[in-house]
Design a protein around this ligand. Structure first.
Ligand SMILES: [Zn+2]
Length: 146
């Protein structure tokens, strides 16, 4: 009756290999799960408008198109605005704290890989869909179109 217990054999999944791959890549500095981004948004306000004067630099640090990041800011805050050169002019007042929160939201949705938390990602268009593709772990997740 030795065959009776054969169904009890389980499957063990080892994630050690993955850990090794991640630590190897980390040493080269290209996995960015804990990389600190130098984000210094520069805001200038008058009574009616707020201008983000280093839109290009912020977008470059986030590795995204300035227009994409700008659309997100305006959409999330429901404000009107326009890009003029390296500036994004937003109607109304916006403080640095509010902008930082928006940058965090943007990173969470459009920059950070939800699987490995890395930021070496790209937004890829396929027909009418957009995907966040991670260059570190290969994950591909749908993101909304903005
Ligand atoms: Zn990833």
């Amino acid at each position: 009756m030795a065959g009776v217990s054969s169904t009890l054999v389980g499957e063990d999944v080892y994630v050690k290999l993955l850990d090794e791959v991640i630590s190897k890549v980390s040493k080269r500095g290209s996995v960015a799960g804990d990389r600190v981004l130098e984000l210094r948004p520069n805001l200038v306000s008058d009574t009616k408008n707020t201008a983000l004067t280093n839109l290009g630099q912020i977008a470059k640090t986030l590795n995204r198109e300035p227009a994409h990041f700008a659309r997100f800011l305006l959409k999330e805050t429901g404000r009107a605005g326009s890009i003029s050169g390296d500036r994004l002019v937003i109607q109304g007042k916006m403080g640095v704290d509010e902008l930082r929160k928006l940058i965090d939201l943007y990173m969470k949705e459009f920059v950070r890989c939800p699987v490995c938390n890395g930021i070496d990602t790209r937004i890829v268009s396929e027909k009418r869909f957009r995907f966040l593709v991670c260059d570190a772990c290969g994950a591909k997740n749908p993101v909304r179109r903005i």
